[in-house]
Structures are given as C-alpha cells and as structure tokens.
Design a protein around this ligand. Structure first.
Ligand code: WQD
Length: 338
C-alpha cells in the first residue's frame, strides 16, 4: 500500500481526505502541528476507518523535523500538502504571518521532495487566485485576478513556486487543486469543520446560528447583481473534495509521466446564492434560521463558480453530492461536536 504524507491531515479537508485515502487502499501518514485543528480528530478518523493512523505532531516550517519524519517513514511515495493558514480576514491584518507560514511550509515540502526523491505532490490551492472573474464559469486558463488578501496571494505564489520547481527538477509531478467553497461534514457526524472562535465561513456560521451559539446570521450584501442580490459561490461537499484528492493521486501514479504540473478547478460547476444556501439548509433540516440582511463584507467577490470540465476529462471524476447532503451532514456534525 502506497504511503502518502498528508500535511495538515487533522484539518477540515485534510481529515476527510485521510479517510478517503484509506478507503482507496493508500496508507496515510499525518503531519499536523494542531495550530488550527484538534487532536481528538485523530481518534475520530481511526474510529471511522477502524484502523490506527500514523501521526506526527510537527510544524511544517521546521525542515529538520519534517525531514526526520520522511526518514523515519522511509517509503513516502506522495505528499498532499494542506498545512497552511487559511483565514482570509486574518491574512489582511497579519500578512507576514501568512507569507512566513504558507510559503515556508511549501518550501520545506519541496526541499524534502528533492532530497528524498519523492516524485508526486498535490497542493491545496484556491479559487481565490482568480479574484473576481469577468467571465463565468471560470476555467483554469482564466488569468490570475486581482487578489485582495495575503491568503489568496500566498496560493498564487505557491503555484508559481511549484511550477518553477517542476521545471527545474525535471522529475516531479504536481497537481494544484483550486478549491471552491468546501462545506458539509463526514456523514458519520464524527468529523467536520472546526472553526476557532467566530466562524468566517458561511456554513459554520449557519450551523452555529441553528444551534443557538450565534444569535443571528448576517447576510453580507443584498444588492449584488445576482438573482436575489446575494453573492454566488460554488459550494462543494467536503467528502467530494476529499475524493478529488484521491482521484488526482490515482492519476499521478497511473500517469507516471516524467515531469508536469497541472492546475484544476475543484467545484461542482453550479453557482448557489447565500440566500439559496440558507433556504436549502432550512428545508433540509426543517429549521428556521435567524438571519438579517447586512452591508457587504470588505473583500468579498460578487460571483464565482467553476468550469470543472478539465478535471472531469483529465482525471475522470466529478462531484456527486448535492447541497442538501452538505446541509444535512453539516448540521449532523454541529449537533454532535463539542
Ligand atoms: C461565502 C459567502 C460571504 C459568512 C472561502 C474560503 C477561502 C476559499 C474560497 C478555499 C460570501 C457570505 C459568509 C457570513 C455571509 N476556499 N457570508 N455571512 O469568502 O467565498 O471564501 O472560499 O481556499 O478559503 O474562505 O467563503 O464562506 O466566508 O463566504 O453572508 O456570516 O457567504 O459574504 O458571499 P469565501 P465564505
């Protein structure tokens, strides 16, 4: 069974990907420094897959510690690199923290790939690299847009760093997955999104409002040029997103090419407004949400959703789960967590 190193493997997308890796016959090895995750998630993962998972608590910015893990694990055949800070708002207030961590951790991964001759990398990128696209749905050939946050800029810079690395080394294969909006949770209700403090993202704010943790949900902006005036996003179930990583890994090992880097959009190809999401959550869970229309949030783009045809034709897979599944799974997790 191929050993795959998963940095940030106790995080929201990382933990769901570890489960799908196991189901696909891979052996995941988790690295996580718990800066934005909790150790109990490891127990939950092991409970779901009924298998012990190798875990190392180290900082991905520590090259010596990272190399030590690679040496001790011996046969790592691929790396999925999730470990990065991801709060869009926080990155505006603390840009250096984001540049230092998100760029440095990738450099540590790439240096180890070169030193230990690890050929395959999957990188956690983001649709934020597009800014506000002029034409929708957005394709991978859409040029980088105006990125307003350090978070988004680190994702664009990381894609450039990986591209230069692949060209220079001539024997590495990399896929950058540009996520759209991950939502939902594992159907078991044992793992899901664990925002620290007040959630930035829509779905955890919805579920915390439904649970009474938050008094009401603000809908940021209601006079956008959209069907109902609220923003449009491409919400993808986190289990689908996890499976997209496994399918990409399968492609890398099957393809066994000498040297390439691809960027792929990973979304559903469908745009959903904020109000549509709120009403879908209410209907799926038979709950009345307390929300109010509020001023726009600084930095938000109006509308984005993916053209997923490249991923479908190259990797041979597309998202299968609907918004209603994500709404039910997110609420099921919220009711269980904490
Ligand atoms: C979605 C919409 C808000 C909260 C995210 C991730 C980013 C990247 C892309 C992976 C916006 C509205 C939100 C609330 C609201 N993913 N909203 N009330 O900003 O699209 O970015 O997806 O890299 O990492 O952050 O996601 O969930 O914050 O907002 O009305 O309380 O919901 O205005 O229109 P966003 P989000």
């Amino acid at each position: 069974m191929k050993k795959i190193l998963v940095t940030g493997g106790l995080g929201f997308i990382g933990s769901h990907t570890v489960i799908e890796l196991h189901h696909a016959g891979y052996t995941p090895v988790i690295i996580d420094d718990l800066s934005n995750s909790e150790l109990f998630i490891l127990d939950r993962i092991e409970k779901i897959i009924q298998t012990k998972v190798i875990y190392h608590q180290i900082d991905c910015c520590n090259q010596a510690a990272f190399n030590q893990v690679i040496e001790s694990e011996k046969t790592i055949e691929g790396i999925i690199h999730f470990a990065a800070f991801k709060s869009v708002n926080e990155s505006v207030d603390q840009p250096l923290k984001y540049y230092r961590n998100n760029l440095n951790s990738l450099l540590v991964v790439l240096e180890a790939m070169e030193k230990y001759n690890i050929k395959n990398l999957i990188f956690s990128s983001s649709c934020t690299v597009y800014g506000q696209p002029e034409v929708l749905p957005v394709t991978e050939s859409t040029p980088y847009g105006e990125i307003k946050t350090a978070y988004g800029k680190t994702k664009r810079m990381c894609e450039d760093i990986i591209s230069d690395f692949v060209v220079a080394t001539k024997n590495k294969n990399a896929i950058a997955l540009r996520y759209f909006n991950p939502i939902g949770a594992h159907p078991s209700g044992l793992i899901g999104e664990l925002p620290k403090g007040i959630p930035n993202n829509l779905m955890p704010f919805i579920t915390q409002t439904a649970k009474g943790i938050r008094k009401e949900l603000n809908v940021f902006g209601f006079d956008y040029n959209t069907t109902d005036g609220t923003c449009v996003r491409d919400f993808i179930h986190v289990v689908d997103l996890a499976k997209a990583h496994v399918q990409s890994l399968n492609y890398l090992f099957k393809n066994n090419a000498v040297s390439f880097m691809h960027c792929f959009n990973v979304g559903t190809g469908k745009g959903t407004t904020v109000l549509e999401m709120i009403h879908a959550f209410e209907k799926a869970n038979d709950i009345k949400l307390n929300y109010k229309l509020a001023p726009k949030r600084e930095g938000d783009i109006e509308k984005i959703y993916a053209d997923t045809s490249n991923f479908e034709s190259n990797i041979g897979w597309k998202a299968e789960l609907a918004i209603v599944n994500a709404c039910k799974d997110a609420w099921n997790w919220e009711k269980n967590v904490g």
